[in-house]
Design a protein around this ligand. Sequence first.
Ligand SMILES: [Zn+2]
Length: 298
Amino acid sequence: MRALLLATTLLLPGTAMTPSVPTIAARLEPLRLGQLQVWKLQDGRLSLAASLLKGLDAAEARRLLGDRDAADTPVNAYLVRMPGHTVLVDTGTGKDPEEDSGHLTEQLAAAGVAPSDVDLILITHEHFDHIGGLLKADGTRAFPRAVLRVARREHAFWTEDPSRLPERLRDRAPKLKALFEVYGKAGAFRPFEDGEELALGLRALPAHGHTGGHTVYAFTSGGHELWCIGDLIHFGAVQFQRPEVGVAFDLDGDRAVKVRQDLFREAVHRKVVLAGAHLPQIVRIAPKGAGYEAVPVR
Ligand SMILES: [Zn+2]
């Protein structure tokens, strides 16, 4: 199943793999926010070409990328330990012979967590680099005790009416259905409605635009707030300063820009810690000029 999915990945012209994920330290230490413990788990990496940026001229894009034509970006999942739950947000690309990916399990081990310890998996959206680690090579669940949750709107976007999708993505519907059904057959797939509180101190925030039901997950504890923002931003070196700049991956570009601007504004106001699937660091943001500057927390 996974091989099938990966064979039809969304790698647009302009994406390519770059060398090797950095070697893992013996033990990954968490970021602590109230009662939350947060680990950034790097499953793989992608090189994203500057030409993927929308609404920015090529020279300015190159300047913001430090005189380079591409940005090296990680593919991250996040592990969040909270009272009562061990949560995994997204699952990376999974093992692919052609990519440096599939490091999630070893990263989890470095955080001291076994796949069977994870009891809740939250998917920000159903792109290949977020769902690729859900199954083992033999097609069974990689996280046998976890309930898998995704916005009903997101799952429906991909699976219920493929004619609404760009042509190149239409063949994904049956594959995604089959993938989620592996959890469904075990009674472990539970789509949720927009805005639903998923656990005490854990809410799903609709952030549609990148995909039809892209979701941000908001964790709160002791006055701290952490948002796992998925693909709300791809190019950290560009889109904090210029949040109005989109990327070719955004299926509804205008909406993706508006959602990014709205959520960044709110994140400043509430001093939210942001954890992105393609950001090298966990950050807070502060206004700077017409945009924002990202201040690493970790
Ligand atoms: Zn992504």
